[in-house]
Design a protein around this ligand. Structure first.
Ligand SMILES: NC(=O)c1ccc[n+]([C@@H]2O[C@H](COP(=O)([O-])OP(=O)(O)OC[C@H]3O[C@@H](n4cnc5c(N)ncnc54)[C@H](OP(=O)(O)O)[C@@H]3O)[C@@H](O)[C@H]2O)c1
Length: 322
């Protein structure tokens, strides 16, 4: 029987286990994907922990699945699907958990995978790219509207920040990216200026941008909002995706669940850059599916050194079942 990573109680990485889950059936407007690779995002371990670690151990109604970032081969199509047929190579967002041999996806959340895009890259790019494009737009940074602007990206070595920093550079902005010591060279390789995060970061940014900062994206959410607002002089020029203190400072907290862009819209813009190598996605670590717990430990460290991918090397055959 096909397997997936599941958890039945909130808790640490040890609650994750590979279990038999049966073959999911695609509903209307859905397809089933034979997963080749799944991306690990911080939201996955936040879900695994539950709302506040205090709930660890609280039983759940049934086995929960994880994973939004998926790449694989369409294996069965549900009613009303015209965009894909069995055998198509795709990537995007999964509806029922991508840490699995098979995952159901809404057809509108998938895009065709170009042959030159490696499975690992395709599996880790959808969530980060959608978030990067969405938040840059909210800051008024887009193709044709970035030249002459100075953009600060906190966490430019991370999944979302690396794509945001590169897009802003490609669109003509001056970009300053914060990262830890080991991420400095990477950020510079994007064509951005690199600054170490931590104590004194704002002074280091000011030294590079004496004329001020026009827009700030805070990806890590580690308490940089007050100084970011001071640097821009206007909370409307700052967007965070991870700091819940935003509202108290008049800063926008951008949430995918509220304002998510369509995958086709995002990749219409991003895919040509990825395919031509102008936009790079750094893979920090690869794990086999059954080592999802180890992948979570690395992601939870806060310094994954690039995107983390789970690989599905062998799968349970479907026996032609739909
Ligand atoms: N609201 C939304 O729509 C949305 C969407 C996607 C993600 N998110 C959230 O956004 C956050 C970032 O996601 P991600 O995928 O980019 O994470 P990630 O790939 O794990 O990257 C983490 C980044 O944070 C930096 N960092 C770690 N500790 C830091 C500190 N103390 N001060 C400053 N920077 C620090 C890391 O830098 P070094 O490793 O170089 O030290 C790295 O650049 C997560 O909380 C995630 O849940 C929200």
């Amino acid at each position: 029987m096909p397997k997936a990573i599941v958890f039945t109680e909130y808790g640490g990485p040890e609650v994750l286990r590979l279990d038999e889950v049966g073959l999911p059936a695609p509903g209307p407007h859905q397809v089933r994907v034979a997963v080749r690779a799944a991306g690990v995002n911080p939201v996955d371990w936040k879900r695994r922990r539950g709302k506040g670690f205090a709930e660890a151990g609280a039983p759940l109604a049934g086995p929960q699945r994880l994973g939004a970032d998926v790449a694989g081969v369409v294996d069965a199509v549900g009613p009303d699907v015209t965009a894909f047929t069995a055998g198509d190579e795709v990537f995007g967002r999964a509806a029922d958990g991508a840490y699995a041999e098979y995952a159901v996806c809404n057809a509108e959340d998938l895009v065709p995978k170009p042959p030159e895009l490696p499975w690992q890259t395709a599996a880790v790019v959808a969530i980060s790219a959608e978030t990067a494009v969405r938040t840059l737009r909210e800051l008024g940074i887009a193709e044709g509207a970035a030249r002459g602007k100075t953009v600060l990206v906190h966490g430019a070595s991370g999944g979302v920040g690396a794509i945001a920093a590169q897009l802003a550079v490609l669109w003509g902005a001056q970009v300053i990216g914060t990262a830890g010591p080991s991420g400095q060279e990477l950020v510079r390789s994007f064509g951005a200026e690199a600054v170490e995060h931590g104590e004194g970061w704002a002074e280091r940014v000011k030294a590079l941008a004496p004329g001020g900062i026009d827009a700030v994206l805070d990806a890590p959410g580690k308490g940089v909002l007050p100084e970011s607002v001071a640097l821009t002089g206007d909370p409307a020029k700052v967007v965070t995706i991870a700091d819940h203190r935003a509202a108290g400072l008049g800063v926008a907290y951008s949430r995918g669940m509220v304002h998510r862009l369509g995958m086709r819209e995002v990749f219409g813009e991003v895919l040509p850059l990825l395919s031509s190598g102008r936009l790079r996605v750094v893979i920090g670590a690869e794990f086999p599916l059954h080592e999802a717990a180890a992948a979570h430990r690395l992601s939870e460290s806060g310094h994954p050194g690039g995107r983390i991918v789970l690989l599905v090397d062998q799968r349970t055959p479907t026996g032609g079942q739909r």
